[in-house]
Design a protein around this ligand. Structure first.
Ligand code: TYM
Length: 335
């Protein structure tokens, strides 16, 4: 079976970008009988960005409830918390010991943090940067390599990390002379690679421009109305390319609806009307999952038991694999 794996960092409330970029394709993949899927809450990653325990704890529950509300079948997919699998940090250490520091110097998240320090004229370019942030791609590589994932569906921002995982896996295989790790491939949906947010930049918790998946219909309408547009009036033809409203509309509609909307743009539909139609589309698709989400959030015991079952299945693979890796590097038992 093809192994498909992906995770979401548990630092915020899941938004439309997470759904389109990760959750939706992942749930679709998990319904394919030729696929074994591994989906997890990247809660160890959360500690890099967030030292507010309440936020981390709430976000884990919200994100778990989101996957379940959107229809993840946990009999098929192996669904777990990263922090329930102690083999993952152990593998992170082994990979750290074969990973070149120079490779990490090139990681986007680290480079962005250094660039920010330089822009602020800080004496120390590494100011405020933890080893957690610096080594973030190693932990992510361990997530992926631990389960020998073939395919990793992600948004475009994560491609570099998958390549780094290939690099580390390949290096380990070479050094210890064996085919221990499968080298993973990123899967990116080209149509909706990076969903824009309220201000037109990438929809992201860090930009504070997100539309959460399960807000009330009132709030959803309010947020959709906030999406930035240009100042073209009704009656003036509009360009769908590069338009956030059109992009989000496309991500949630079928081909026919999308082409019809493209025609409306050419005919000069007003922005207010586009927003109304986008709201209707989103609300229709999110109404039922939203109800399931609310019910799930009131039953954390159920979510806990689903995740523990997932962790048990994941560890049934991770523990023996880790034994093999220990043996490979010279940390096996004496007898
Ligand atoms: P994270 O939590 O930032 O995002 C989770 C997933 O959502 C995608 N995404 C988007 N896609 C389209 N448009 C957007 N605006 C948008 N915003 C977010 C991301 O590309 C990602 O696929 N490091 C990862 C989590 C992780 C992981 C892994 C992923 C940890 N270990 C192993 C895959 C495999 C992250 O921070 O994603």
């Amino acid at each position: 079976k093809t192994r498909v794996l992906t995770g979401i960092t548990t630092t915020g409330t899941p938004h439309l970008g997470n759904y389109v970029g990760a959750i939706k394709p992942a749930i679709a993949a998990s319904q394919d009988p030729s696929v074994q899927s591994y989906y997890f809450l990247a809660d160890l990653h959360a500690l890099i960005k967030c030292q507010d325990p309440r936020r981390v704890q709430d976000s884990r529950l919200e994100i778990a409830a989101t996957w379940l509300a959107l229809g993840l079948d946990t009999d098929n997919a192996i669904f777990y918390r990263q922090s329930d699998i102690p083999e993952i940090p152990e593998l992170t250490w082994m990979l750290s010991c074969v990973c070149a520091k120079g490779l990490m110097n090139r990681a986007h998240a680290y480079k962005a943090a250094v660039a920010e320090n330089e822009a602020a004229d800080n004496q120390d370019p590494d100011k405020g940067i933890t080893m957690g942030l610096f080594g973030y791609p190693v932990l992510m590589a361990a997530d992926i390599l631990m389960f020998n994932a073939n395919k990793v569906p992600v948004g475009r921002d994560q491609i570099q990390h998958i390549e780094m995982a290939r690099d580390m896996g390949g290096r380990f295989n070479h050094l210890y002379r064996g085919e221990f790790f499968t080298l993973p491939e990123a899967v990116v949906d080209d149509d909706v690679a990076v969903l824009g947010g309220l201000d037109g930049r990438k929809m992201s918790k860090s930009y504070n421009n997100t539309i959460p998946l399960f807000v009330s219909d009132k709030k959803l309408l309010k947020l959709v109305r906030k999406i930035k547009t240009n100042s073209l009036e009704p009656g003036e033809p509009k360009d769908p390319e590069g338009c956030t409203l059109f992009q989000i509309y496309s991500a949630f509609s079928n081909r026919e609806e999308r082409e019809a909307m493209r025609g409306e743009y050419a005919n000069g539909i007003g922005w207010g009307e586009v927003k109304n139609r986008l709201f209707e589309l989103l609300n229709e698709q999110l109404r039922e999952p939203r109800e399931r989400y609310i019910a799930l959030m009131e039953d954390p015991g159920h979510i806990e038991s689903v995740l523990l079952k997932g962790a048990e299945r994941a560890r049934a693979e991770a523990a023996p694999f880790m034994d093999r890796l220990r043996g490979a590097v010279g940390l096996g038992r004496f007898v």
